[in-house]
Design a protein around this ligand. Structure first.
Ligand code: FE
Ligand code: ZN
Length: 508
């Protein structure tokens, strides 16, 4: 009977969100705030007023569960249908799956690492608006890891190299590239972590990962991947907003924050860009049906959108990240240099590589008129001839790795694509090697941290990776030798795919 007067009125979303954030936070009294939040000051970021934090999404927890549950229902329905209708037969070509293998072993574990990182940031940022945003992102990232594992496990029934992704992520040489990227972020302070992941990676660079990967999946008939991609992409807009918000917030709070933020933007732009070089090889070489070239994607998503973003940040005293001009110079070489590395070391990798077909070389030459025919086609011709003689080239020498990005040192000088770029620094009497000025700058800025890199090649030489022979190391990686590795030509996967295709031809 009192309902009309005493029952709480339905709150507006804005009000609900305010209750959830400001309403649930408090200043501690039994312990000083600095003891409860020990990590959010040592980086030097000064915050005067956490209430200046604006979260444009204002998502409440009940709304969050409702949206996510709806997405899960749709995703798992598609996954069932992919399994029941033999979705693996719908892809363009089994070579496509090698991009999926890179994704599951290289990217999915980063989703899980992001889950851990945002949980940590959510605990250690003392502003309650930022904490809520970080906690929700932490849940999103756990969901991304789970949905990717569930979706891609379908392919594990038929194809090689997908059977032990978590183990591989922690050990295999090329996976140390993504792993070390995230380890660096996870071991930074909470503000650097959020700047690195939410801003530099998700806001500035994520389109270069997700758009080509998901359109690549769509073009190549991989409906399973397209579905988890869209399901994750809808969280992504929230994450990107968090990234931009945290950077603007720091810049607005105190002028002393500007140089710190700039240094992080420089560092994480370069680390993210080097990480994405794996994506460049995927786009230009691994997709049987191409979406666009790496150079085109770089122009569209970094030079144009990134250019506009950094023009906008100029009023805070922020300039475009250092060495972005180098990335621009490298755009017509990056994918070819990376594919060359992967081709050289496919005997030690859990995916296949190949020399591009004539049609594919035609495409490459049309997308890279200044570089492909002159610099890369002759090399592929040589490798193809060697393979035809039964001498497919595998490089048995372990490469020098860049101490920062951990990629074998095969990138070339910004102004000379025929000369390997090589930089070094001496620190506490030891010599460290780098692929670029970008990586050297990162080391020189934090030598205590970066000198501790777990470098796969050094670890092999130190005897920490199962033994002295390549076979010992591959066993330590849990590679299924002779199936997961080596050229696509002659692989069990190719045999299986060809048999399926022949069956379908006779059935028709
Ligand atoms: Fe994610
Ligand atoms: Zn490097």
């Amino acid at each position: 009977m009192a309902a009309a007067t005493s029952a709480p009125r339905r709150l507006s979303l804005k009000r609900k969100y305010a209750m959830l954030t400001r309403g649930l936070g408090w200043e501690t009294t039994y312990q000083p705030m600095d003891k409860v939040y020990p990590f959010d000051r040592f980086e030097g970021i000064v915050i005067h007023d956490w209430d200046g934090w604006e979260d444009p999404f204002r998502l409440t927890v009940d709304a969050y569960w409702k949206y996510q549950a709806e997405k899960e229902r749709k995703l798992y329905a598609v996954m069932d249908s992919v399994a029941q209708n033999n979705g693996q037969l719908g892809i363009t070509d089994a070579r496509y799956l090698n991009a999926v293998k890179l994704f599951l072993t290289g990217v999915t574990p980063l989703e899980y690492a992001a889950h851990r990182g945002f949980a940590h940031a959510g605990r250690h940022l003392r502003g309650v608006g930022a904490r809520i945003a970080a906690q929700m992102q932490s849940l999103d990232e756990l969901r991304h890891a789970q949905t990717q594992i569930h979706t891609l496990s379908h392919y594990n029934k038929y194809f090689d190299g997908l059977h032990d992704f978590a183990h591989m992520h922690d050990r295999v040489w090329y996976l140390s590239v993504p792993k070390s990227f995230f380890d660096d972020a996870l071991t930074a302070g909470p503000f650097e972590f959020v700047t690195a992941i939410s801003f530099s990676f998700e806001y500035v660079l994520t389109n270069l990962l997700f758009v080509p990967f998901m359109s690549g999946a769509a073009f190549n008939g991989d409906m399973a991947t397209v579905t988890f991609g869209f399901s994750a992409q809808s969280d992504e807009s929230r994450h990107m907003t968090l990234g931009l918000e945290v950077v603007k917030f720091m810049l607005e709070q105190d002028p002393a924050n500007v140089p710190i933020v700039q240094r992080w933007l420089d560092k994480w732009f370069w680390r993210g860009y080097r990480l994405l070089s794996l994506v460049s090889a995927m786009m230009d070489y691994m997709l049987p049906k191409r979406v666009m070239s790496w150079a085109e994607a770089w122009e569209m998503y970094f030079e144009e959108s990134g250019g506009a973003l950094f023009a906008d940040l100029e009023r805070y005293g922020i300039r475009p990240p250092k060495h972005h001009d180098v990335a621009k110079k490298e755009k017509s070489r990056l994918s070819h240099e990376v594919w060359t590395i992967l081709y050289n070391y496919t005997h030690a990798a859990a995916f296949h590589t190949w020399v591009p077909s004539d049609d594919e070389m035609q495409w490459l030459s049309s997308k890279y008129p200044d570089t492909f025919d002159r610099l890369y086609r002759p090399r592929y011709r040589m490798w193809r001839e060697a393979a035809a003689r039964g001498e497919r080239f595998y490089n048995d020498a372990l490469p020098q790795l860049c101490n920062v990005c951990q990629i074998p040192m095969a990138f070339t000088e910004p102004d000379d694509p025929t000369k390997i770029a090589f930089r070094e620094s001496i620190w506490r009497g030891e010599r460290f090697h780098f692929c670029s000025d970008g990586c050297k700058d990162i080391f020189d800025d934090e030598p205590e941290k970066m000198s501790q890199s777990w470098l796969p090649v050094h670890q092999i030489f130190q005897g920490n990776c199962g033994g002295a022979s390549i076979e010992d190391v591959l066993r330590y990686y849990h590679l299924n030798i002779g199936a997961d590795n080596l050229d696509y030509e002659g692989s069990p996967e190719q045999e299986l795919w060809d048999a399926w295709t022949a069956d379908r031809r006779t059935a028709r």
